[in-house]
Ligand binder design. Structure first.
Ligand SMILES: Cc1cc2nc3c(=O)[nH]c(=O)nc-3n(C[C@H](O)[C@H](O)[C@H](O)COP(=O)(O)OP(=O)(O)OC[C@H]3O[C@@H](n4cnc5c(N)ncnc54)[C@H](O)[C@@H]3O)c2cc1C
Ligand code: FES
Ligand code: FES
Length: 1346
């Protein structure tokens, strides 16, 4: 330390600092790191990954929103390494996932997430492990609630979260061990994964139970797992403890190429710096500044860390309230407030209590642990969550400048004086803020409403304070709102009018008239949903009104009090009933066994290698894309000259560098746009540079001149208006539609639509292209279709496919998004590598990925339906439109799938569907799990719901009335599997106790005015095959080595779905060798050629059969050897075969026969079989805010004889959760001119831990062998996504109850996604009616429905 950090006045030059340290010193995983010249622009994550080659921590978003980069800083808090500047680590100890364990010495946290099946693609896993580890380091025996709440900053797109929580709750107090002295705490780990099956279903392997609740967990016996012993964890580095003063009382200055980092340690230094560098940014958590520099292209040449100034980091009690230093972190604030709430009288801490409540919903642990109070105030964001509370509370800020000293400012209407501006002068520092204590007659409340409860920015928030006289007359009132203007808005007229008014109903009605005039928003304001936001602002006041009445014991109706009840939430309960094991099972037989994901332990230890984790080779360059910023325009010129001048830039590549064909296999997509662009995000060129940061900076300097072309077509409606369709129209007709409609007792016409969805796989698309000799190229790519990427690269380079090898070890999720879209960036990478003859790496940033790749197709259905008085469908005339985007990509498959799914599980005797693909100027939409299927089923069920409402019959009865009978055929000529559907349905009715719970829900709804519950049960039937017959084929190669080990290669790729695990199980079963002898390394086009995309739930079937066939060939060859020496071991047999010259390598191939479907002719068979299921979901909604909570879901799936129940359950839960996101949460925001506003987790919200149902049960249907699937199984990847329709229709059911109570019709249209804004406004009460929908044609909306 002495060497590294010299104390002394900075030599000669004028400086504000008295002492300097000339090297950054910190510890990583117990090892001292000394960096003499740290770059202040570098984040901790980049440092860990590129300098220390610790690639366990992942980059998922770079904006603190996904948690993949979570590390622990001691002692002991988690943070997002993607936002933490590496310079801020001076004197700290960092622990990464590598620091706590590895596959040879696994840490209990890493072991449990893997063995409880909580890691699928694994990209989120290290971050989740580190969040859990941090919790345990602070609290070795947490409660289940604490575990559940611990992950508000971590996202997972694969698992649906249940398995992660169940795995980690084994650390909790509530889980007590049945084993007594045999408890795992006293035992060493044994690697046992045995699950015994009960013949009536259910697991009986539970080594533990909860003291309360019903818990059946699909996981190993606790006694087989490593115990967590906090005393065995690494200690805090002694040097940092001993020399704390030297590290933390020392001022720092680190100068990088563009930015200088300064860390003063006294207020006077800080003031001096502020005076001399008025444009400098202060940095505490860097959670604002980091976003500005990364995503808003800001460059601040001086960054001043204000985290080490005593006056700014202390918290103290004063007569007026709590004085909180500006740099105090939000977690620290939370802790301090909670302490006061415990000790002070209740009336004094009413403001404190509401701050604590607000902090719970503020960002995530990782953010709150570093983000500061002053950072929030000084950013002055219009949607800051704390600022309305500060203003309502009348907080005071102490500001200070070098020249004018201290002054105090009240946080009133003058404080936030403009968009992101405060009343502080440029040379002033926010030293502290005082949060007042309350008097007995003062009441205070905070509100926040966003789309997702956890870690989301507010739509509207508010702080409200009232001072009442003894006779409940308003002496003073402050109503401060966020999200209602460019800054915090005070409802001044309303406040004034309320003074002197009694706190009674007449005040409420007065406010109903006044508040809307205070809180105006022009249609099309940023943020959109203006009617909702205004209704919400009034609804908040209504809640405040009731809350104060309740607090003052004023008379309030019981039913109204439901407005104040929190949403029901309980500790997670879950059951997984995995059916009976079939009679094939033998000891060694792995098929059907519960086996964790084969790479689970590598993933949970951070040792699993994804493309960007590969160590760069010498000379490797980085590439950043240059994309279109116009939706439809001529390219007039492209000028990269400014970019090329930036030091470190190597080249600019564009269409002229493509030696072969400048187009991709995806119909109509160009590698690089040439004369025109047809959507924003279309790739025009790419910058290649020495580092990725330089490449990105340079890419922004490429100047492109455009000339807009009209008409610009963004939405389905605009495409219809301009007849902008792709030529392939799909039509299907059965029966006599006209007669069917005219014979119907009733007809209804309507529309429904489902919007798009971003894949949001945690690992963005990544490629490394390594040129070789004579045109050869090796490409590592995160793709679902290695052979497709190979073909596209070969065509673009004008080189034969045999010289291009594409390799995919694993993907951090795909979900269809890496089926064709990987080529979009992979091919330019190859072009650059080919041109420069150097290795090139291109890893898309989250925003690049979201803008350049397509989404799920939005669909619009226009229907006319005829039916009987008991709801039986007679005829359906349906026009389907999907938004294809600027190229066809896979749209025709999506449309065909939607057409085939349109009957869901219901018989329609007379039917006509005409389906059109709209050609629009948005990024080409693409494959996404259950593509077309979920849209088709959604429209079918929406129509059925409309019929139910029209006839006033319960929807489940209408569904039952329309089920296919056993002998019935679908509109595409296959037996409809009516019996299987009814079996799942009945099982779901029974398991969910639907009938009795229906009555309970209705009872609840009668008693509660402002909270409603909804319940829905839906059936699912899903065909398993690619609709193109030639795509239903797959190959494999099985090699046996002389030591008896087996290596499998097949055409499918692993993206977390457990394909490799299942294939290994099938090989192990066929060869009768233990799974430990069988390995799959990667997918490679030079080993198994011409592979098809891993998609459509068919890969297990195709590659399972192919591998089985190869294994059977090998078995045949080995048979004579075995017969000769029946007692020989496997290895001896293999060796003997080798010695006899028997080939130990065999290929296998499978083609699904009999699939020749022609939709136009209506002939043939599209699927070999169906997968069936049913789901029942209960939801609760808040009628005043539109919030919702899933209370319980029961998912029944017929997966045949499950190959691996744990993986199947994981697929079901993960797909359900993804479908829930599609239907109730995820909002792709695009402006009328085609700009994607959703570019990362900050503004695109996928389901988080807090979104899962309080009770989540999965039941696999027992005894349902499928003769057409490998080992009698059924495909499972996609079908369960449709189960989430039950959540959507449960929300609709709840809204209907609210509408009924409000005296409006139950019939209304609800499109997907049903966001809080839609739920709230559909409740149609006295408040929402004040804000009628504004005619969309009368203004330019902020965003449009695609
Ligand atoms: C993933 C994520 C989620 C978020 N969620 C929320 C949320 O739910 N609600 C919400 O309100 N915000 C949210 N934010 C915004 C942000 O976290 C907060 O505003 C936070 O409080 C900023 O604190 P910081 O210390 O990180 O600020 P920094 O980035 O370090 O600084 C922010 C600004 O404050 C100025 N500043 C800091 N201290 C002083 C001082 N003492 N005197 C003068 N100027 C000063 C700096 O110059 C800088 O301009 C989120 C951000 C992220 C990245
Ligand atoms: S990468 Fe850091 S939070 Fe997503
Ligand atoms: S396992 Fe969590 S994102 Fe894939």
């Amino acid at each position: 330390m002495e060497d590294a950090c010299k104390l002394g006045v900075r030599n000669g030059s004028s400086t504000e600092l008295t002492v300097l340290c000339d090297a950054l010193v910190f510890y990583v995983n117990g090892i001292r790191v000394e960096e003499p010249i740290p770059d202040p622009e570098m984040t901790l994550l980049t440092y860990l990954r590129t300098r220390l080659l610790l690639t366990g921590s992942k980059l998922g978003c770079a904006e603190g929103g996904c948690g993949a980069c979570t590390v622990m800083v001691s002692s002991h808090y988690s943070l997002n390494a993607c936002l933490a500047p590496v310079c801020s680590m001076h004197g700290l100890a960092v622990t990464t996932v590598e620091g706590i364990g590895n596959v040879n010495s696994i840490h209990p946290v890493q072991e449990r997430i893997a063995k409880f099946h909580g890691s699928q693609c694994g990209f989120c896993t290290p971050g989740i492990v580190m969040s859990m580890y941090t919790l345990l380091r602070n609290n070795p025996s947490p409660t289940t609630k604490e575990v559940q709440e611990n992950f508000d900053g971590n996202l997972c797109r694969c698992t649906g979260y249940r398995s992660i929580i169940d795995g980690f709750r084994t650390f909790t107090k509530e889980v007590t061990c049945r084993m007594g002295s045999q408890c795992c705490q006293n035992k060493t780990n044994r690697d046992v994964h045995e699950v015994k099956y009960q013949s009536n279903g259910g697991t009986e392997d539970q080594g533990f139970e909860e003291t309360k609740g019903n818990l059946e967990i699909l996981g190993p016996h606790l006694s087989t797992l490593r115990p967590f012993d906090s005393t065995q964890e690494p200690i805090f580095p002694p040097e940092l403890k001993v020399k704390h003063q030297k590290y933390h009382n020392v001022s720092l200055r680190f100068t990088g190429p563009l930015v200088t980092w300064v860390r003063p340690t006294s207020l006077s230094e800080l003031l001096e710096l502020k005076k001399n560098h008025p444009k400098a940014r202060f940095v505490v958590g860097n959670t604002e500044v980091g976003i500005e520099t990364k995503f808003k292209n800001q460059l601040y040449s001086v960054l001043v860390s204000s985290s080490h100034i005593p006056e700014l980091t202390t918290v103290e009690d004063t007569d007026h309230g709590l004085r909180v230093g500006g740099s105090v972190t939000l977690s620290q604030l939370d802790k301090e407030l909670k302490q006061r709430i415990k000790t002070l009288p209740e009336f004094k801490t009413r403001i404190f209590t509401e701050f604590v409540e607000m902090l719970k919903w503020f960002a995530s642990y990782q953010i709150r642990n570093v983000a500061s109070v002053s950072g929030n105030i000084m950013t002055a964001s219009p949607i800051s969550d704390l600022n309305p509370l500060f203003v309502a509370a009348g907080a005071t800020v102490e500001a200070m400048s070098k020249d004018r000293g201290r002054r105090t400012l009240i946080m009133d209407k003058e404080f936030f004086c403009g968009y992101r501006r405060t009343a502080l002068n440029v040379d002033e520092v926010l030293v502290s803020v005082i949060i007042p204590v309350t008097n007995a007659n003062e009441f205070f409340q905070g509100f926040k409403q966003c789309n997702r409860k956890e870690d989301d920015i507010s739509m509207v928030n508010a702080g409200m304070l009232v001072r009442l006289s003894d006779s409940f007359v308003v002496n003073d009132i402050v109503l401060a709102y966020g999200g209602m203007g460019p800054t915090v808005v005070l409802a001044l007229k309303s406040m004034e009018a309320a003074i002197g008014h009694k706190w009674d109903e007449s005040l409420m009605s007065k406010m109903c008239d006044l508040l809307p005039s205070d809180l105006t928003l022009t249609p099309g304001s940023p943020g959109g949903a203006v009617e909702y936001r205004r209704a919400l602002a009034l609804s908040f006041f209504f809640k405040f009104f009731l809350r104060i009445k309740q607090a003052c014991d004023l008379e309030t109706s019981k039913s109204d009090l439901s407005a104040l009840q929190p949403m029901e939430s309980s500790e997670l309960k879950s059951i997984q009933v995995i059916g009976a094991q079939d009679s094939r099972s033998k000891i060694k037989d792995c098929v059907g066994q519960v086996v964790p994901h084969k790479a689970g332990l590598q993933q949970s230890t951070g040792q699993a290698v994804y493309v960007d984790d590969m160590t760069p080779i010498q000379g490797e360059l980085h590439m950043a894309l240059v994309t279109s910023t116009r939706s439809y325009a001529k390219i007039l010129s492209i000028d990269p000259s400014a970019a090329l001048q930036l030091p470190g830039v190597v080249d600019f590549v564009s269409a002229k560098d493509v030696p072969g064909v400048n187009s991709l296999g995806i119909k109509m997509d160009t590698v690089f746009a040439v004369d025109e662009v047809t959507c924003q995000g279309q790739i025009i060129g790419a910058i290649v540079a020495e580092t990725i940061d330089v490449a990105r900076r340079a890419a922004r300097l490429v100047t492109i001149k455009y000339e807009d072309i009209t008409p610009l077509i963004i939405t389905i409606e605009e495409a219809i208006q301009h007849s902008s369709f792709y030529p392939d129209v799909r039509t299907i007709a059965v029966g006599d539609l006209d007669r069917g409609l005219s014979d119907s007792w009733h007809t209804l016409s309507g529309e429904c639509r489902m919007n798009g969805q971003n894949h949001f796989y945690l690992e963005t698309v990544a490629t490394r292209a390594l040129p070789g000799e004579a045109g050869e190229m090796e490409v590592f790519c995160s793709t679902q279709h290695a052979a497709g990427v190979q073909e596209d690269i070969a065509a673009a380079l004008g080189i034969s496919s045999h010289k291009i090898v594409v390799r995919t070890k694993r993907m951090g999720g795909g979900f269809g998004g890496k089926e064709t879209q990987s080529s979009l960036s992979a091919v330019p990478t190859a072009v650059a590598a080919h041109k420069l003859h150097r290795p090139v790496r291109c890893v898309l940033d989250r925003d690049e990925d979201m803008v350049t790749t397509g989404n799920r197709h939005p669909f619009l259905g226009k229907y006319k339906v005829g039916f009987t008085s008991d709801g039986k469908l007679q005829a359906l005339d349906l026009e389907l439109y999907c938004n294809a985007g600027n190229s066809m990509d896979l749209t025709i498959g999506v449309v065909e799938r939607a057409v085939l799914q349109i009957d869901a599980c219901y018989k329609v005797p007379h039917l006509r569907i005409v389906a059109k693909s709209c050609k629009t100027n948005i990024m080409s939409n693409t494959a996404f799990r259950s593509f077309g299927g979920v849209q088709g089923a959604f429209i079918a069920d929406a129509i059925l719901e409309d019929i139910a409402d029209f006839l006033k019959i319960e929807p489940h009865k209408i569904r039952e009335a329309n089920f296919f009978q056993t002998e019935d055929f679908t509109h595409f000529g296959m037996n409809a599997g009516g019996e299987s559907v009814r079996r799942c349905w009945q099982m779901c009715l029974d398991k969910s106790e639907y009938i009795s719970r229906r009555a309970q829900v209705d009872q609840y709804n009668r008693e509660n005015r402002w909270k409603k519950k909804g319940l829905s049960i839906i059936p699912v039937r899903y065909g398993i095959a690619f609709l193109k017959s030639l795509m239903n084929q797959g190959g494999a190669l099985v090699n046996i080595y002389r030591d008896g080990s087996v290596l499998i290669s097949h055409g499918g790729s692993e993206m977390g779905q457990g394909l490799h695990t299942k294939v290994i199980q099938m090989a192990s079963d066929t060869l009768q060798v233990p799974m430990s002898l069988v390995h799959i390394s990667e997918t490679a086009t030079n080993v198994v050629p011409n592979g098809l995309p891993t998609a459509g739930s068919v890969s297990t079937d195709l590659y399972g059969f192919a591998v089985k066939s190869a294994c059977e060939t090998l078995n045949k060859r080995l048979e004579p050897v075995m017969k000769k020496k029946p007692k020989a071991t496997w290895a001896e047999t293999v060796q003997a075969a080798f010695e006899q010259g028997i080939s130990l390598s065999a290929t296998g191939f499978h083609k699904t026969l009999g699939l020749e479907y022609d939709m136009t002719a209506g002939k043939g068979k599209p699927f070999p079989y169906f997968t069936f299921g049913a789901a029942c979901t209960e939801i609760q909604i808040d009628c005043l805010t539109g919030d919702h909570k899933l209370l319980r879901t029961d998912l029944v799936m017929d997966v045949g004889n499950s190959l691996n129940p744990a993986i199947d359950v994981g697929q079901i839960e993960g797909a359900f959760t993804q479908g829930y996101g599609l239907l109730l949460l995820e909002d792709v925001k695009v402006t009328p001119d085609g700009t994607h506003l959703t570019r990362g987790p900050g503004n695109y919200k996928i389901p988080a831990f807090g979104n899962i149902a309080s009770q989540m049960n999965v039941y696999l249907v027992p005894d349902s062998p499928n003769p057409k699937g490998p080992f009698f199984s059924r495909g499972v990847g996609e079908p369960p996504l449709l189960l989430a329709l039950s959540a959507f229709f449960a929300a609709k059911d709840a809204i209907k109850a609210a509408r009924e109570e409000a005296g409006v019709s139950r019939e209304f249209r609800l499109d997907s996604p049903a966001l809080p804004q839609h739920i709230r406004m559909a409740c149609a009460d006295e408040i929402s009616k004040r804000f009628p929908e504004i005619d969309a044609r009368s203004y330019r909306p902020w965003t449009v429905n695609l």
